[in-house]
Structure formats: C-alpha cells, structure tokens
Design a protein around this ligand. Structure first.
Ligand code: AMP
Ligand code: MG
Length: 343
C-alpha cells in the first residue's frame, strides 16, 4: 500500500477533503493529529475497517477503540442515557482531551467496543482532527497511531516510522500539544470513574460536577501486580529503572551509578534540575520539574528516542502528582512495568 501524506494546508483543498471522505467511506485508514497524540482512524460504523486497525497496530482484540466526533448530534447516534453530569462535562471540556464512556446504541459495532455494552466517545479540539472528521461525515474510531506496546506517537516522524505504507493517508500535524492520551471517564457507574488519567484532572472534573468522583487508575498504581494490567505499554527496548526519592537523593544515586558504568547505551530521562547535576553521556531533559505540561509533551518523544539510540538501560525519576503529574506517573509506571526503586 502507498501512503499519501497531507500537510495542514492541504486540508483547505477540496480535492483533499474528497479523498479523505472516499478513503474513510470505502473502509480505509487515516492517521490524523489530535491535541493528545496521533490517532489511526476508520469509519466507526464499518466493522471491517475497524478490524484493519487492530491488524495494522497488532492491538489485542479485547482493547476497545475511542470514537471521535466533530459534532454533538453524532453522540446521540452512539450513546444512550446521557446524564446531566455528562452534559455538564461536555459543556466544560469538549472539544478537548476528555473521553466519556456511555452505554452504547445498537448502531455501534461490537468490533470497536470489544463486545462491551459501552462506547468511549471524545470530541478532539485539534482543528486538523475536526476538519478530517467533518470531511468524512461519520464518527471515526481511532486508537493511538503506534504499533501496540510502543509509546504513542506525538510526532509525524514517529507515525511515519510505525505506519508508513500500512495506512492510506497520514496527515502531518507536527508535534502534539499535550502529548499524553485523553482522560478516560466512565459515566456508566453510579459515581463517574477515571479509568485513565490525562490532562483533564480529577480536580477539574470534580470542580465542574461539584462532587467527588472515583479514580480506578490510582488503584492500579497501588497494586503493582493487578491482574487487570494485562498489556505492556509505552515500553522502549531497553530496561527502565524508575527512581523515587528526594531530588538530591536521585542525583546522588544517579551519579554513583554513572561513576560505575557510563557506557553509550545508558541514558537518563529527567527534569531540567536533575539534568544539570548529573554526568551521563546520554541525557534527555524533559523540562523544569514544576512545568508538567512541557514534561508531558516530551515524555513519549524521550521514550522513543531511547530506541533510536539503542539504549539498554534507561534511568527515569518519579514526578509529583500535581497537575499533569498523575497522568505522567501513570504512563511511567506502565513503561517501567510498575517497578520502582526507592533511594
Ligand atoms: P488508545 O486510544 O490507544 O489510547 O486506547 C483507548 C483507551 O480507551 C484504552 O485504554 C481502552 O481500554 C479505553 N476504552 C475504549 N473504549 C472503552 C470502553 N467502552 N470501556 C472502557 N474503556 C474503554
Ligand atoms: Mg494506545
């Protein structure tokens, strides 16, 4: 298969819009940028097209897809029983990085929900994502545009590396602004429940709903051997050593380790404050400790860079759970297989 690549300005051309619609309406796949990460999209009402996504990614069949919409009327075709709480959250956070889980309608094929009775829906805010969905005139089911198990793609170059000539179209939208996947919030439970933390935080949701919500993703943090933790995620080829401790202790530990062994295949991914004080050959500076937005937007790029440099041992330190920190720690723990080294 030959992949067509479009730039942002191409989406203003009628021929591009026609091509996007044709590809999606005939069961093809399109990779598109969103504000969170890149997505690999198909017509949500076409089970065969959705099935292709699983094949191309090597994604386990029991991991359902998020349906992306560009207009609220599409939600009524997909979801049943949209509560007052859901309406409030939609009002506050859509378009944006919040995925809501609803009871599904019969119109939603089982292939995309992995035979669950529920469907995950989100309205992305990235203008290119909106133009793409609008052009196709259908909801788009889309997981992250990466080979399963690898960090999600947040750069066009990463999408190209994983999916070039495996999909019909790739839209180049540059670097994803947020860089971590959406917050997933289950609206079918008596109390709304976070299943995956993202840049819309628990506090932001509680502030809109004016009541406490549950967070199941936190429980997974606390029980490292949780049987629900079936799949490897965000994993570079090298081993990740996730270090937890006061920043002075982290620096001391790293310098001690690096003194023993500072080969080319050892790297440190860390906050700016740490990078200035360690003597590693390979350092990836994620950004200042208190700038969780920058750290989040660089995290997957850093993890992917490790494979490009053939790194065998990757040291990373933990981050406080303020702001985006909870979402960052969720991804780091998964990447590290839930092992933490306290120093
Ligand atoms: P990805 O787009 O690759 O980040 O994956 C989508 C995420 O949404 C995965 O963590 C799925 O398990 C989750 N998801 C999608 N649909 C549902 C659903 N109906 N119920 C619970 N989680 C879902
Ligand atoms: Mg994914």
């Amino acid at each position: 298969m030959k992949t067509t690549i479009y730039q942002a300005e191409d989406l203003l051309k009628p021929n591009t819009i026609k091509h996007l619609k044709e590809v999606i309406q005939t069961g093809g796949l399109v990779v598109f940028p969103t504000e969170t990460v890149y997505g690999i999209g198909a017509n949500a009402y076409n089970p065969d097209a959705a099935h292709k996504i699983y094949q191309v990614k090597g994604r386990p069949q029991d991991n359902p897809l998020i349906v992306h919409i560009d207009h609220l009327h599409q939600l009524n075709e997909l979801a049943q029983a949209i509560s007052q709480d859901a309406h409030r959250l939609i009002q506050a956070f859509w378009p944006g990085p919040l995925t809501l889980i609803f009871d599904k309608t019969d119109k939603v094929p089982d292939t995309i929900t992995s035979h669950l009775n529920t469907v995950a829906v989100r309205m992305p805010s990235n203008p290119l994502a909106q133009m793409f969905i609008h052009a196709t005139e259908t909801p788009i089911c889309a997981p992250s545009a990466n080979i399963s198990g690898k960090p999600s793609s947040t750069l066009f170059e990463h999408v190209k590396m994983d999916l070039y000539n495996k999909v019909d179209i790739i839209i180049d939208g540059g670097k994803s602004t947020i860089g971590l996947e959406s917050t997933v919030l289950d609206m079918t439970t008596p109390t709304p429940t976070i299943l995956r933390p993202g840049s819309i935080t628990k506090a932001m949701i509680e502030n809109i709903l004016q009541k406490p919500i549950d967070d199941l993703s936190e429980m997974i943090h606390e029980s490292p051997k949780s049987p629900g933790m079936k799949y490897t995620h965000y994993k570079p080829q090298g081993d990740i050593i996730l270090i937890d401790g006061a920043i002075e202790n982290v620096i001391k530990y790293l310098n001690k380790q690096l003194k023993k062994n500072n080969n080319d295949d050892i790297a440190v991914i860390c906050a700016h404050e740490v990078s200035e004080q360690i003597h590693a050959k390979q350092v990836f500076d994620l950004g200042a400790l208190n700038d969780t937005e920058t750290i989040a937007s660089n995290l997957f790029i850093a993890l992917r860079a490790m494979d490009d440099m053939n790194i065998k041992t990757i040291y990373i330190h933990t981050f406080s759970k303020d702001h985006l920190g909870s979402a960052i720690m969720n991804r780091l723990l998964k990447a590290a297989g839930y092992r933490i080294l306290s120093v």
